[in-house]
Ligand binder design. Structure first.
Ligand SMILES: [Zn+2]
Length: 120
């Protein structure tokens, strides 16, 4: 399964608000990519508001979520504001959209799959 995380960082014109918008898949492995971004986002202003928004993610692993939460707590220091985390109520699972072109037939060599059309 291909888990891909996309991250967009939006900075308010005043530089007081930073929104880290993560879409795609948040997994145990991919959540690590957010750590340096969040750390960097908090440096410019001590009182900066940082929000990590996961409401647009297609897939959130509970373990990935937990690791991210813990990492955010670790960076909470030196009078910085805690990072706000926006998470959907129900963690979305990885959905595979099957299009006719990319469908894989496990017994394609047999050629006797049900309802299989062979182009002439
Ligand atoms: Zn995924």
């Amino acid at each position: 399964m291909n888990h891909k995380l996309s991250v967009t960082v939006q900075v308010d014109l005043d530089g007081e608000y930073v929104r880290v918008l993560a879409t795609g898949c948040l997994t145990e492995a991919s959540q690590r990519a957010l750590h340096p971004l969040i750390r960097r986002a908090r440096i410019p202003t001590p009182g900066i508001h940082v929000t990590v928004d996961l409401s647009g993610a297609h897939h959130i692993e509970a373990t990935g979520m937990e690791l991210l939460r813990r990492a955010l707590e670790d960076t909470d220091s030196a009078g910085s504001r805690p990072v706000a985390l926006v998470v959907p109520d129900v963690l979305p699972h990885h959905r595979i959209t099957v299009s006719p072109e990319s469908r894989v037939t496990p017994d394609s060599s047999a050629g006797t799959g049900p309802a299989r059309k062979v182009a002439a």
